[in-house]
Design a protein around this ligand. Structure first.
Ligand code: F3S
Length: 280
């Protein structure tokens, strides 16, 4: 008999930006049969395998793109230079850039046009941060922690935008550290609502359960942030990408477990995990 109670967090799984992008990609695959994506369209290996079986081709750079191909721009967006190169190859572009990412890109551009030294709070190696950085016109720094700004010289104007999946507490700490570094500091909080809601969900689950399972790709930043939030809340957390990563030892002696999932985790994968746990 299964004595374990599951509390399913809400919202969980695909955010509106990922859902919109995947819907557009599926429509393009239906219509054209073969669609090229510059880098993984979503940070979830299981979902990518499903899309590859429908005709998706993964490439790393524009140089690998055949002339006149159909190309998908992922929710993280891309730089204006890459966009131009794709158009010059005569490609049909399916732009899956999330509107919240577009907003961060536009704010970075606006700040640089108005003479601010732009600071992007986020992971410098993440494709979304590269796309935001690419939209700024002047000097851009990418920072991940308050320590990163310690050596900054004092500037007249510093403008801040954030990676959309950033944790709010970290943005606040970095902004505080920047206060003595600028005569004028302008901050656009470009963390998206979907990210904030999922982080709130995890905090709530942490207070109501004996442990939280976070479902999402191990390469997914927004999932990593959920795990970080759960740990900060003092919660015992298990991060799994798929059902066979459920750890029996971790489950032992727990009677109430919370289920959360990253914004790039498909419903079918979440349901597989829930079904497996419910059948124990
Ligand atoms: Fe967009 Fe936020 Fe999702 S930026 S892709 S709605 S996590």
């Amino acid at each position: 008999m299964n004595l374990m109670k599951l509390i399913i967090g809400k919202p969980l799984g695909f955010c509106f930006g990922v859902k919109r992008a995947i819907d557009e990609l599926e429509r393009a695959l239906d219509r054209y049969g073969e669609v090229y994506a510059l880098g993984s369209p979503i940070h979830n290996e299981e979902e990518v395998k499903r899309l590859i079986s429908m005709g998706l081709k993964l490439i790393e750079g524009v140089e690998e793109l055949p002339e006149n191909a159909v190309v998908f721009i992922r929710a993280h967006g891309t730089t204006p230079e890459t966009f131009d190169m794709v158009c010059k190859k005569g490609c049909i572009v399916i732009d899956g850039t999330c509107p919240s990412v577009k907003n961060a890109q536009e704010k970075a551009r606006l700040l640089s046009k108005e003479g601010y030294n732009v600071v992007v709070v986020g992971d410098p190696n993440h494709p979304e941060v590269r796309s935001i950085k690419g939209h700024a016109l002047g000097e851009v720094s990418v920072v991940t922690s308050p320590e990163d700004v310690e050596g900054f010289p004092v500037k007249d104007k510093i403008g801040v935008v954030s990676q959309t999946t950033q944790e709010e507490g970290m943005l606040l700490s970095i902004v505080s550290a920047l206060v003595p570094k600028a005569r004028e500091l302008r901050v656009y909080n470009t963390i998206c609502k979907a990210t904030l809601h999922r982080q709130e969900t995890v905090r709530k689950l942490a207070s109501e359960t004996e442990g939280v399972i976070v479902i999402g790709g191990h390469n997914s930043t927004n999932t990593a942030k959920l795990v970080e939030v759960a740990k900060k809340a003092g919660c015992d957390v298990l991060w799994i990408a798929k059902p066979d990563e459920i750890d029996e030892d971790w489950l032992k002696n727990k009677s109430i477990i919370g289920i959360a999932a990253g914004a790039s985790t498909p419903d079918w994968l979440i349901n597989d995990v829930i079904n497996l746990l419910s059948c124990r």
